[in-house]
Design a binder for this molecule. Structure first.
Ligand SMILES: Cc1ncc(COP(=O)(O)O)c(C=O)c1O
Length: 603
């Protein structure tokens, strides 16, 4: 079918074929018509060494009559003698020589244009790959993947390539250990046994099940929105939604935080809409940019709640207020917040109205809340929810529009049943349990305090992410390698282009499974590595004027950090206490070693 379609197009485009029609080609191909042509193409591709062995001479004879292609064929024929020797030599090594009923070289040099022949040097594909890789090695941005096998029964322990070599993982985005939560694993196992491993198709063709519908209802309820739509990942969700929406909005202008994730940047690029990038959390600059356009011009502000590499927080209420003032949509990526913030794990937008969200029945709007003001929320099922997949949540019409138009949603196999079932179980579990969030936050606070005491430079932020500034790509990788090899601790180094050059770092993510002993080992190991490599400590950064919040004045860093002035953590002390007491009442157990408590209650 495709061959017929391409031929019809060719026929219409070519002034010669337009007159003679497909019948001419049919004849040229020896009576086998279109099928004969495609067979020739296959042979041509197969036999790259001796292109003469393709039975295409009749076709070429016909093609030379074409006023468009003909002159080029004749020019190539004139050049052919010079190439004949090379062609003959190539033909001698042809694996099909003598098997295809043609004499090697006969059709090749005399009848094929050079563009179809082997005489002209082909593009050096391998050379290009090597050159691109050499560039990555030269600027130290080449990525090395560590072989880390996280053990479900020993979270947060993993083994390396050698199963007896155990390491402690300190940089996983399985933030709350949900990938091994028995509630999640059991739901996945049951779905696997009932519905099998794969979805069986796209959502449109045989791949839409009750589990997808259930998952989307769960997500819509979590974010108190009318509807939600699930994608293979949040990368795809961001790319597909931004590109589809912003290309549909007439003359749409996009305003994008400078630190936005690659998936949003990709979606913005694909939309081909006009864009403005504003400095991270710089509201004054954002407003200046918005004010350039009439209120009626469609606009979209794309930003994140927790920025994964800095741990800083988007200024959600202020950005929503600007959006209202200038008639813009808000697009908030809560990938690094869902499951972890808000009393039910809906993210930072929910966390702003912690008490009101707790009081409101699940799934219902809280009018006037920050969450209610955000138009489009995107999230992942692959980080705190512990599995894989991504989604958007918003109005029914928006979701239906993206469902109906976004190729990234439509033309791909849907999420397998165990994934949907596990995601539903994980979301429901985290909507109730406060244990994981409480433990994560208390461990984060303690680690940040320990590192501050040791003078290890942490990029200031109010979230669960602990970025330790190194400021040099090679040394960041060296530090990560040393932690692994000498201390059995896995913390990945983060280099350009994920972070700006000069802001390379180690990104640490404490979770509920880390304990005091592990934390003490981590701090001691970092201290040793910092000394061994002579890395800058907090005081050194301060002397140099500071970098990305480290060693900067509090006022400066608060602007960057994005959370409420004078409040150090998104999870405030009284909220942590509330979470603790809720768990005590719910399970009858204190979900934390007593040693952790005084620090929180003392505040
Ligand atoms: C801010 C942000 N958005 C989107 C994504 C993509 O999410 P997913 O891993 O589900 O593709 C990531 C991934 O790390 C991210 O950091």
């Amino acid at each position: 079918m495709d061959a017929i379609k391409s031929l019809s197009l060719l026929t219409r485009a070519c002034p010669y074929l337009a007159r003679t029609g497909l019948a001419a080609l049919h004849g040229a191909a020896g009576g086998s018509g279109v099928r004969g042509l495609s067979t020739s193409a296959v042979e041509l591709a197969r036999c790259s060494v001796c292109p003469g062995h393709t039975g295409q001479s009749a076709l070429l004879a016909k093609a030379s009559e074409c006023p468009v292609v003909g002159p080029s064929i004749r020019a190539n024929e004139a050049a052919a003698p010079k190439q004949a020797a090379a062609s003959k030599q190539a033909a001698a090594s042809c694996p099909y020589a003598g098997k295809c009923g043609d004499t090697p070289g006969r059709a090749g040099s005399a009848e094929l244009p050079a563009s179809l022949g082997s005489q002209e040097a082909a593009f050096d594909y391998e050379g290009l790959y090597q050159a691109k890789l050499a560039k990555k090695h030269a600027d130290k941005s080449y990525r090395y993947f560590n072989n880390i096998n996280r053990l479900a029964s020993k979270y947060p322990q993993a083994h390396t390539a050698n199963p007896s070599n155990m390491v402690t993982v300190w940089c996983s985005n399985d933030y709350l250990g949900q990938s091994r939560n028995p509630v999640v694993v059991d739901a996945m196992t049951a779905a696997l046994n009932t519905y099998g491993a794969g979805a069986g198709g796209t959502r449109n063709i045989a791949g839409n099940s009750g589990l997808h519908v259930r998952l989307e209802a769960e997500l819509a309820g979590l974010h108190r929105k009318e509807a939600a739509l699930v994608f293979s990942s949040c990368f795809v969700a961001n790319d597909a939604t931004l590109s589809t929406l912003c290309s549909a909005l007439p003359d749409c202008v996009i305003f994008s935080d400078q630190m936005n994730h690659a998936s949003m940047i990709q979606g913005i690029r694909h939309s081909k809409a006009r864009k403005h990038v504003f400095e991270h959390n710089n509201l004054a600059q954002l407003e200046q940019q918005l004010a350039q356009y009439p209120r009626a011009t469609p606009k979209l502000i794309a930003f994140e709640s927790v920025y994964s590499m800095s741990g800083t927080v988007g200024r959600v209420p202020e950005i929503c207020a600007l959006a209202r003032k200038y008639g813009a949509l808000t697009f908030l990526d809560e990938v690094h917040a869902v499951g972890m913030y808000g009393p039910r794990g809906a993210g930072v937008a929910e966390h702003y109205d912690y008490d009101a969200s707790l009081r409101a029945p699940a799934g219902q709007r809280v009018p006037g809340s920050v969450l209610d003001q955000v138009d489009i929320i995107t999230g992942t099922l692959g980080k705190a929810f512990g599995i894989v997949g991504g989604y958007i949540a918003g109005s029914s019409a928006l979701v239906d529009m993206i469902r109906s138009y976004a190729p990234g949603f439509i033309f791909t196999t849907s999420l397998p049943p165990p994934i949907s079932a596990g995601a539903v179980a994980s979301i429901q579990y985290l909507a109730d349990s406060q244990r994981e969030r409480f433990l994560q936050q208390t461990h984060v606070r303690q680690l940040k305090a320990d590192l501050a005491r040791a003078g290890i430079p942490v990029v200031p932020n109010p979230s669960h992410i602990v970025p330790v500034l190194v400021g040099d790509a090679a040394r960041a990788k060296r530090a990560s390698d040393m932690l692994l090899a000498e201390h059995s601790i896995y913390v990945q180094s983060i280099n350009h282009p994920t972070v700006p050059v000069g802001e390379e770092r180690l990104r640490i993510t404490p979770g509920p499974g880390h304990d005091a002993a592990m934390r003490a080992r981590l701090v001691a190991a970092l201290d040793a590595v910092w000394s061994a490599l002579g890395l800058r400590r907090s005081a050194d950064w301060e002397r140099e004027g500071g970098r990305c919040g480290v060693g900067e004045s509090r006022t400066n860093s608060e602007l960057h950090v994005g959370w409420k002035r004078g409040v150090d953590f998104v999870w405030e002390d009284h909220q942590l206490k509330q979470a603790h007491d809720y768990e005590l009442a719910r399970t009858g157990a204190v979900p934390v070693a007593p040693a952790l408590l005084p620090m929180i209650w003392a505040a």
